[in-house]
Each structure stands twice: as structure tokens, then as C-alpha cells.
Design a protein. Structure first.
Length: 70
């Protein structure tokens, strides 16, 4: 996790490699029950490429959870 965090900070533009890093970091956060951090990672990608993997589903379903509860 620490290595992915550092790599994410070193790459400035949201290119393919950074998307992979941020996505994997988001998955790790999710597995650690760090929902806010996980969602923040997914939103970073969503802002530039909503079609990347299942990012749109993850971000949009978080809005539904906020409205309707867990």
C-alpha cells in the first residue's frame, strides 16, 4: 500500500499507469474497510475516465448507498 501511495504521488498526470496504481490502491483500501479512501481513489479516475474498468459502477453505487443507506 505504501509503495502504491508513493507511486501515485510521483506520477502527475492521470495516464494509464497512474490509473492502474490508483485503482489497485483503491481496491486495497476497500479490503481494509477504508471506504472513504477507496472511493476517493475511484473518483480520481472517474473524473478523467469514467469507462475505466468498473470505476463508474463503484462511484455511482456509492451515491446510491448515500441516498438509500447501506
Amino acid at each position: 500500500m505504501k509503495q502504491l501511495e508513493e507511486a501515485s504521488q510521483e506520477i502527475v498526470s492521470m495516464e494509464a499507469m497512474k490509473k492502474d496504481i490508483v485503482y489497485n490502491l483503491g481496491i486495497i483500501y476497500e479490503r481494509m474497510n477504508e471506504t472513504g479512501k477507496s472511493l476517493a481513489c475511484m473518483k480520481q479516475i472517474y473524473e478523467v475516465d469514467y469507462g475505466y474498468r468498473d470505476v463508474a459502477h463503484r462511484v455511482e453505487s456509492s451515491y446510491k448507498r448515500d441516498i438509500f443507506g447501506p
